[in-house]
Design a protein. Sequence first.
Length: 214
Amino acid sequence: MKAMNQKISEIGIVPVIKLNHPERDAVPLANALCEGGVPVAEVTFRAAGAPCAIRLMKEARPDMIVGAGTVTTTAQIDEAMEAGAQFIVTPGFDPGLVSYAQKKDIPIYPGCTTPTDYHQALKFGLEVLKFFPAEQSGGLEKIKSMHAPFPMFQVMPTGGICLKNLKEYISCPVIAACGGSYMVTADLIDKQKWEEITELCRKSREIVKEARNG
């Protein structure tokens, strides 16, 4: 678990991907992300082809970290793991899903935005939480406020993150990494703008490096 947390934190940005045509788009998208210096993806189960996309990405880029997002059932955890997923992300905190993932020995990042969520996470010994939806739930100011009573957690905010506010978020020591879909929008994927996706990833990585080294 700690190793996965560290790997994701080192990259600093996690593209949140919805693929409607994985057979066509998964491999070129994986290549575009890796070429942009972002060898990680959260493939959301909001699209039916998520397991297929995960499998194709891992086969094409074995070095890439690929996880499953918007997971809401234990069956989806099983599907994701069978496809090769290396981590699980849930939109909210479901104790049953967290317990199941821990029994399966796969890292899980549940969505948490309230003190009650954080208390639950503490009971399960989690270290990194997904803060979702970030901007709509109070953004960086709330994340900092929540850190005061819960200094043991780092968070991965997702929801409303973009190039304009990425530096502000990633500069905060509470932030392990930021999730975002701005570099993998439906328009960019549907129009197969792989070079543009690569460039957005490069810009994101530059921001992360500047914020952390500056």
